[in-house]
Design a protein around this ligand. Structure first.
Ligand code: ADP
Ligand code: MG
Length: 584
């Protein structure tokens, strides 16, 4: 057995600490934050990483970049449990700069407030010179991973992923630091934001209301149910960390009600151990069980009290007696435009309806005739107040796609709605299906499924100038781009789609890129064309339907990918009431 040379042992250790451009940036930005900087600029290209700040500066440049050298020893003792209640700092190991120095070339320019000039130190040559600079520090790292060819190649290959992670890092810090962060990649500014310490207000200013929040001794949680940017920030104090179990609980609960991922910020404040993984992103929390169960129960409570029609592909939850009751109490004629918050989001493009008279077309299946007779008595006269009372006892319900084909048709209401009942979970529901919206979404999906856009080759391919994040998204969704008539090669657009007299352009390419994020697989312009086409060929309000036609509308809904709303956003159905069994 031989003892490894000190230099080799050090390099082996350094390689463990720092193994990607992302980790270099993370360590440098955290150093700037520890130095109380209020402006931090990250500049990167294929061969260089530079992080500039206006922090406190480094007093003695000769003593940095040495293994185990830190000015944050208070935090070290805190981590070891020797000291308590000290100011937070990211660093406590004195390993980052020395590990970077062992694998790359590094140069630091720094000036403290007490000094009238700056100093620049090149750690590869050991040369220290005086120079000009404002108070603060610039760390330049180049010749990345010069002594490890495999790591160098892998790091170059993963460059885009690294940039995506850097963006996420900065985009997380802005919710806890009053700092202006900039990230420039190959001369292009990808990110420039002024952060704030007031997490809640800052997040609301970016994502808007509603904001679901939990304030607890051991954590703060903010979730934005209608934001689709998929921001996920989990922090242990001001440290970006991962917490798989909590993420899974949040995602799983949210996806019961929506077909997209939620945007949320979870700030952990309980006691925990952060010295677990090399990149300090793992945390062992003392109160993890409490945090997980509280998030789950509060989320369940919140969503059970929310009426949402942006359902996922399989099912949709509808609920809230109070919301339904209050939304309906403002309108006594069941006019769907104002009778519920859901309808207020609907498009005003077409189909104005008003239901001032309670006409029922009772051409329904013979089995249903008796029932519909009862309802005719339950709906005319004092029907509305009766329904309102029912809402108050209305508990959470889950409507699944198959339920549409199981609905019993009672009759047509006001030549615009199919009035039906649904027996579900030992409960009987009275529902209306909007005949136009339902048929329109069926026609829309059919058109979309069977339609292939023609491609037109461009004589002069268009350079897309995609940033690394967009490049990743395009690569991952190449099939969807091709289906929509966009052929892309080496960052250039080779073909564009054409449909009849409609020409698509580079803006439609970006519209598709944006829509894919929201789970929609065609550009907005094409969706609008298809929606108008679907609208024109759909059953209109005012058309009388017989039983067979009504049944077809309902069965069609059960076959769709997203049967919950028409392509303009109006819900296809509404639950009017839960009926007590004595009505039947
Ligand atoms: P740690 O952050 O764990 O102390 P590092 O190797 O990251 O270890 O940094 C070593 C030391 O260099 C820090 O403790 C700090 O004193 C100094 N330092 C590094 N970057 C900066 C900076 N941007 N501004 C001020 N001081 C810095
Ligand atoms: Mg550090």
């Amino acid at each position: 057995m031989q003892k490894i040379e000190v230099e080799d042992a050090r390099l082996i250790k350094s390689q463990q600490y720092i193994h990607s451009s992302y980790l270099i940036v993370k360590e440098l930005v955290e150093n700037s934050l520890d130095a109380k900087a209020t402006i931090i600029k990250v500049i990167i290209d294929d061969t260089l990483i530079s992080v500039e700040d206006n922090g406190e500066g480094i007093e003695d440049l000769k003593s940095v970049c040495k293994h185990g050298h830190t000015s944050k020893e208070d935090t070290t003792y805190k981590i070891l449990g020797i000291k308590n209640d000290l100011e937070f700092s990211h660093g406590f190991r004195g390993q980052a700069l020395s590990s970077i120095k062992d694998q790359c070339d590094i140069e630091i320019v720094s000036r403290t407030r007490e000094n009238d000039r700056a100093f620049s130190m090149n750690y590869s040559t050991g040369i220290l010179v005086a120079c000009a600079r404002n108070v603060g520090t610039t760390v330049k790292v180049y010749n990345l991973f010069k002594n490890s060819p495999i790591r160098k190649t892998i790091n170059q290959k993963d460059a885009k992923k690294s940039v995506a992670k850097m963006l996420h890092l900065l985009n997380s810090f802005i919710y806890v630091y009053e700092v202006c962060f900039t990230l420039a990649h190959k001369g292009k500014v990808l990110f420039c934001e002024q952060g704030s310490k007031n997490t809640k207000n800052f997040a609301i200013s970016r994502f808007g209301d509603p904001c679901f929040e939990i304030q607890d001794e051991s954590f703060e949680f903010y979730l934005f149910p209608f934001d689709k940017s998929k921001l996920k920030v989990i922090m242990f104090y001001k440290r970006l960390c991962s917490y798989e179990k909590a993420s899974q609980i949040i995602e799983k609960t949210f996806k019961m009600y929506h077909d997209y991922s939620p945007s949320y910020i979870l700030l952990l404040k309980s006691e925990g151990d952060v010295n677990v993984s090399i990149d300090k992103t793992e945390v062992i929390l003392r109160s993890s069980k409490h945090i997980e169960s509280k998030i789950k129960s509060e989320l369940d409570k919140y969503f059970a009290a929310e009426q949402t029609f942006e359902g996922n592909e399989k099912k949709i939850k509808v609920a809230t007696p109070n919301q339904l009751a209050s939304s309906c109490s403002s309108n006594n004629n069941l006019n769907p435009r104002t009778s519920s918050n859901v309808y207020s989001r609907a498009s005003e493009e077409n189909c104005g309806w008003s239901l001032n008279k309670s006409e029922i077309n009772c051409e329904s299946h013979s089995d249903e005739k008796e029932k519909s007779h009862v309802f005719l008595e339950a709906i005319s006269g004092s029907a509305y107040s009766c329904i309102k009372e029912e809402f108050l006892r209305h508990k959470e319900l889950t409507i699944e796609k198959d339920d549409f084909s199981r609905m019993n048709i009672i009759g047509q209401f006001n030549q615009g709605f199919i009035l039906c009942s649904l027996r579900k979970d030992k409960r009987e529901l009275l529902m209306v299906v909007d005949q136009h919206a339902a048929d329109e979404i069926y026609n829309f999906e059919s058109l979309n499924n069977n339609f292939l856009l023609k491609r037109q080759k461009l004589l002069d391919p268009i350079t897309l100038n995609l940033n690394p994040i967009q490049e990743i998204a395009v690569e991952e969704n190449m099939a969807a781009f091709n289906k929509n008539g966009f052929e892309i090669k080496d960052g250039k657009l080779l073909t564009i789609p054409v449909y009849q007299n409609n020409f698509f352009g580079v803006e439609d390419f970006f519209s598709l890129l944006e829509n894919l994020e929201k789970g929609l697989d065609s550009p907005s312009k094409f969706r609008n064309i298809m929606a108008s086409k679907a609208c024109r060929s759909s059953i209109m309000v005012g058309e009388t339907l017989n039983y067979k036609e009504m049944k077809k509308v309902l069965t069609n809904l059960s076959t769709l990918k997203l049967p919950w709303c028409c392509p303009h956003g109006r819900p296809t159905f509404k639950i009017l009431s839960e009926l007590s069994l004595q009505h039947l």
